[in-house]
Design a protein around this ligand. Structure first.
Ligand code: LLP
Length: 428
């Protein structure tokens, strides 16, 4: 059974390979990183991120565009820096992400701020920073922004995030463009919002925006959503408004298991003909597509156990480190760091957290590993570390970047002391 689970073409994007059974990422043996840094640890391949960025950027050459990386997918400074150096803009959803994007060196005018619940403090922070534009998601938010712009005596570029009422085929928790969900301004309220902006001396409408959902591999919802944005744009332009940007959001899917993912050429072939004739600059907000495949989570097997007629592989990474399997029933391929002469076993791969919902895989054919062996959880570059928590007082993992045949520690493992550093046991 030598190669129990193959590094097949699905993971070619990631820069994963095997040499004499050892799993390599960007040419580096992952077992070496696990041994040196300890586990659990996230490892990202910088070249894989660059390849994905360039593939999408080149596919869209037929239309003036900007890729605003969705910082939420992976906001580690080293990852942000890779994307900034490629010329990406940034899409942020909080004051914290704004601070990170600025710290990583993104120019403020290349940052766009989305999000359904921006606080006054965040709006003020954005107005002061002179961001590229803010996507407002409700009429009340627009009024709040108008008051802050006046107060700050600052001119603000505004986008309206439209809810285009488009159905997508993805997990319900990450579908965002359908009517009746909390996101965006309903289409019938958009002209009114545009009027409010036009009448305000400090606000300028530059953008119509949408975001349909995440992990999409079908282009049809994009075509439908773009059609609706363009219909609205025509109405607004006819009413005397002038727009510069169409922001079509993120959501391009990747291959975790058997699903096709979004092919950049196919995506571009479908959407560029709709957009290029309009003359608008097109913004995309891809997160997962750029960083998802480029990252793996390394974990060590703690125990094997047989119980209730089932096999269990107990590992040192839990739902606090990677919540996607538990929270979205997400599939992540799991492969051995050293695959020499190993068979497979049908097992649940479970973490140490005290919940039955703490698992990385259920009833899955996985490498027949034993205590001390290393495993890699693939496709963990997006919504991995950023969703990690301290549940069970577990420090968050370390992060490593592999680049140009070398690797370096991009974030130290969190310490236990840091977890309760801000706490008091008594009134002061
Ligand atoms: N723009 C906006 C306004 C968004 O809300 C999102 C993602 C994106 C862009 C980037 O979407 P992407 O290209 O990464 O699909 N934690 C979930 C995914 C949540 C996505 C939320 N919004 C998961 O692990 O699947």
């Amino acid at each position: 059974m030598g190669q129990s689970l193959l590094i097949d073409e699905r993971f070619a994007d990631a820069g994963l390979a095997r040499r004499d059974g050892a799993l390599l990422l960007g040419g580096i043996a992952l077992a070496d990183i696990a041994r040196t840094v300890g586990t659990p640890v996230y490892v990202y391949n910088a070249d894989a991120i660059r390849d994905r960025y360039r593939a999408l950027d080149e596919a869209l050459a037929g239309v003036r565009h900007r890729l605003c990386y969705a910082v939420k997918a992976n906001s580690t400074l080293a990852v942000l820096r890779i994307l900034r150096d490629l010329g990406a803009g940034a899409d942020i959803v909080s004051g914290g992400e704004m601070a990170r994007a600025l710290a990583a060196g993104f120019a403020p005018d290349r940052i766009v701020f989305s999000g359904v619940g921006k606080t006054d403090a965040e709006l003020r922070q954005a107005v002061r920073a002179r961001l590229g534009h803010l996507n407002v998601e409700s009429l009340e938010e627009l009024e709040r922004l108008a008051a802050i712009a006046e107060d700050e005596r600052a001119d603000v570029a505004v986008g309206i995030r439209v809810n285009p009422d488009v159905t997508t085929d993805t997990h319900p928790y990450i579908s965002t463009g359908k009517g009746g969900l909390k996101f965006g301004v309903p289409m019938d309220q958009v002209p009114g919002a545009a009027e409010l902006i036009a009448r305000h001396p400090r606000l300028r409408l530059t953008t119509l925006a949408m975001h349909l959902g995440s992990q999409l591999s079908d282009t049809a919802p994009f075509r439908q959503g773009i059609g609706r944005l363009l219909e609205l744009a025509r109405r607004l332009e006819a009413g005397g408004h002038r727009l510069d940007v169409l922001d079509i959001g993120g959501g391009l899917g990747i291959r975790y298991g058997r699903e096709p993912g979004m092919d950049p050429a196919r995506f571009a072939a479908e959407i560029v003909p709709l957009l290029a004739p309009t003359g608008y600059t097109v913004y995309l907000e891809p997160g997962r597509f750029l960083v998802g495949s480029a990252g793996v989570l390394l974990t060590e097997v703690l125990y094997r156990k047989h119980s209730g007629g089932k096999e269990f592989v107990v590992v040192d990474a839990g739902m606090n480190d990677l919540v996607r399997p538990s929270h979205y029933q997400a599939y992540h391929e799991i492969v051995a760091l050293d695959d020499r002469d190993r068979g497979t076993v049908r097992a649940d791969v479970v973490g140490p957290v005290c919940e039955t919902g703490d698992f990385l895989a259920l009833d899955r054919e996985v490498p027949d590993v034993s205590a001390g062996d290393g495993l890699a959880v693939l496709g963990a570059g997006a919504y991995g570390f950023v969703m990690a928590s301290n549940y069970n007082s577990r420090p968050r993992p370390a992060e490593v970047v592999v680049d140009g045949g070398r690797w370096w520690l991009a974030r130290s493992r969190e310490t236990v002391e840091a977890l309760f550093a801000g706490e008091r046991t008594e009134a002061e």
